[in-house]
Design a protein around this ligand. Structure first.
Ligand SMILES: [Zn+2]
Length: 393
């Protein structure tokens, strides 16, 4: 049903936008460099038109001023939930950090154009579900400022250690943009690994933002959190990016968020604690590049890092949880490991993916109204291909 809805939407949008598309194609260089909410829309529609078998476009909500918030799914079978790691990639939470949208658009184009001919990209797209939300704050982009149209910093408006302040909103998820991202991330679909991009420095910022690791506030699964952050920071050219952050708490291009500076209500803290998704804030540049060539350089600093990171998402355990007797998929089953604090959940089709580093684990499945189920001594090898275990409850 969802698939049909998306296709119908895409067709309607195409009819409206085709005249605009042909006039913009003449200025492709400039167009692909400097996105506005309107040109991004054209770009995303173009991509779904040119690569219909591996893309689908969704509107996940609207901004405070009514602009659509787009999510582009890139996967071997888009529009259908499958047993595969799902990776969410978000840009322009801060409207003045437009490089983040440009970068995600370039990466989308790179994946789609090379899918047929590059076996690495083909297996990545076929084996993962990549969901791009290149511009979460279109009102801020249109105004050229950090905040949304309600003068709220969206990266302070999520429901994890949210605090009241002049730019944090009237409450957690008071803003339509953050509420839309929440509903999309804990609805039919679940995400397992994600990144949001910013342009204030160059560093991979790890959970938690709300407290300092140096003062004892850090995730219980800190080893895993550091592993995936370094998988991004140390792959490809990221550590060569000009302006790379140094300092006492920086480790191979990564830093605990709070040790840099404490913030409350951030996306990555909410993702980790409330949605079961391992999420990082990637500061990819100190400001926006001024030329297409400058933009291309930032693309190259991050391209192989993101490819490697998305491949790493295969680590761990996956499967499908069904109800014994009926065989129906079970949504919202909570999956934990002893001593861990990352609780993941099954999606609406009963699929789960639990990131784990190599080792032996007891894994518990819980849902109210059902007896708990524990898989004991599951061995996770050093592999980016997940171990598969289907479970009945
Ligand atoms: Zn930012």
């Amino acid at each position: 049903m969802a698939e049909r809805r998306i296709k119908r939407f895409t067709t309607i949008l195409l009819l409206f936008l085709l005249p605009l598309v042909s006039c913009l194609q003449e200025d492709k260089e400039e167009f692909s460099f400097n996105y506005t909410p309107e040109t991004l829309e054209v770009f995303l529609v173009n991509m779904t038109r040119d690569y219909p078998s591996i893309t689908s476009l969704e509107v996940i909500g609207h901004s405070r001023s009514g602009r659509p918030l787009y999510a582009l799914v890139v996967s071997g079978n888009p529009g259908v939930l499958e047993r595969e790691p799902r990776i969410r990639l978000v840009g322009a939470i801060h409207g003045d950090e437009i490089i983040t949208t440009q970068w995600l658009a370039l990466f989308i184009e790179y994946l789609l154009k090379n899918y047929e001919t590059d076996s690495r990209i083909q297996s990545l797209v076929d084996g993962r579900c990549l969901v791009f939300i290149p511009m979460l704050n279109p009102d801020g982009v249109a105004r050229g400022w950090r905040y949304n149209a309600g003068i709220v910093d969206l990266n302070r408006n999520f429901d994890e250690h949210w605090t009241l302040d002049y730019d944090h909103g009237t409450g957690p998820f008071s803003e339509p943009e953050t509420a839309a991202l929440r509903d999309y991330s804990v609805g039919e679909m679940r995400f397992h690994l994600s990144l949001s991009y910013h342009a204030g420095s160059v560093v991979v910022n790890m959970p938690f933002d709300y407290g300092r690791e140096s003062e004892g506030i850090y995730p219980a699964e800190q080893t895993m959190v550091e592993y995936f952050a370094k998988a991004y920071a140390t792959s490809g050219g990221f550590l060569q990016t000009p302006g790379l952050m140094g300092g006492y708490y920086v480790d191979q291009g990564t830093i605990n968020g709070g040790d840099w500076y404490v913030i409350t209500g951030s996306l990555q803290d909410w993702s980790y604690m409330k949605s079961g998704c391992l999420d990082y804030t990637v500061e990819m540049s100190r400001g926006n590049p001024e030329t297409p060539e400058g933009m291309r350089q930032y693309f190259l600093y991050n391209r192989d890092a993101l490819l490697a990171y998305a491949e790493e998402a295969g680590r761990g355990l996956c499967g499908r949880v069904t109800e014994s007797g009926t065989g129906l998929p079970m949504a919202g089953v909570r999956i934990t490991v002893p001593g861990g604090d990352l609780a993941v959940y099954t999606d609406s089709e009963g699929y789960y993916h639990r990131l784990l580093l190599p080792g032996s684990y007891d894994i518990t499945f819980q849902k109210s109204g059902y007896s708990d189920k524990t898989l004991t001594g599951v061995t996770i090898p050093d592999s980016k291909v997940p171990v598969v275990r289907d479970v009945q409850m």
